[in-house]
Design a binder for this molecule. Structure first.
Ligand SMILES: [Fe+2]
Ligand SMILES: [Fe+2]
Length: 157
């Protein structure tokens, strides 16, 4: 876990993933924490009116896009290495999340200020991966693997 400045906002992050959403495989959970930390950092910049500076929002969004791209690429590689049967559908979720994040980039390209609601929308998009899609992979990881089943059936003979 990265060390964060001890500001009130960071001490009480707005967004978090419950323990039940941890996948416990490779560095997927660490990636998810980093993505959420970027969004919490963005939200911490909102002023009293819940508005963010447009240029700051765009810089952070650029970093978020790069982090999502790397996360999705590495997560798909981890899934492929384990013959995850739902990988094709999972790739589509990743493509859809990226398309919508890039849509937010396009929609806010010239804004002097951006509402904090955009950050909430980005968090909701992130949950399509972190929560809604990746828990399917967690379930697959927890299920008996074919070789285990074969070994168990051979042991019974
Ligand atoms: Fe995913
Ligand atoms: Fe993920």
């Amino acid at each position: 876990m990265s060390t964060e400045p001890a500001t009130a906002e960071v001490a009480k992050p707005k967004f978090f993933l419950p323990d039940a959403a941890l996948v416990h495989h490779g560095h997927i959970d660490e990636d998810h924490r980093e993505l959420i930390a970027i969004l919490n950092g963005l939200l911490a910049q909102a002023d009293q009116r819940d508005m963010l500076d447009g240029a700051l929002f765009r810089d952070t969004l650029q970093r978020l896009v790069a982090r999502f791209e790397r996360h999705f690429r590495e997560e798909e590689a981890a899934m492929a290495a384990l013959d995850y049967p739902d990988l094709a559908a999972h790739r589509q979720v990743h493509s859809s999340v990226m398309a919508r994040v890039v849509g937010t980039q396009r929609d806010t390209a010239n804004a002097a200020e951006v509402g904090a609601a955009e950050v909430h929308n980005l968090f909701n998009l992130a949950l399509d991966d972190l929560l809604r899609a990746d828990l399917g992979f967690k379930t697959y990881l927890a299920a008996p693997q074919p070789e285990d089943r074969i070994a168990a059936s051979a042991a019974r003979r």
